[in-house]
Design a protein. Structure first.
Length: 63
C-alpha cells in the first residue's frame, strides 16, 4: 500500500516521474502521470530529490 504519491518530480535531476512512497522509502518510480495511489503531492516538474529517502511528517513533505 502506497502512503504518498509525489507526482511529476525529477529525482536526481532526471526526467519527470511519479514516486510512490511507503513509510519513509521510495518504493517505486513510474512514468509521470501514471501513479494513482496514496495522498498526492504535486511537484510540478520542479522538485528534484537527491536520494532515495523522504520524510513525511503530518502530511508535509520534508527533504
Amino acid at each position: 500500500m502506497t502512503d504518498l504519491l509525489l507526482a511529476d518530480v525529477r529525482p536526481w535531476g532526471g526526467p519527470p516521474v511519479d514516486l510512490l512512497v511507503t513509510g519513509d522509502r521510495i518504493t517505486d518510480v513510474v512514468p509521470a502521470g501514471s501513479g494513482s495511489d496514496g495522498g498526492r503531492v504535486e511537484g510540478g516538474g520542479l522538485l528534484a530529490l537527491p536520494g532515495g529517502r523522504v520524510v513525511v511528517r503530518d502530511g508535509e513533505l520534508l527533504v
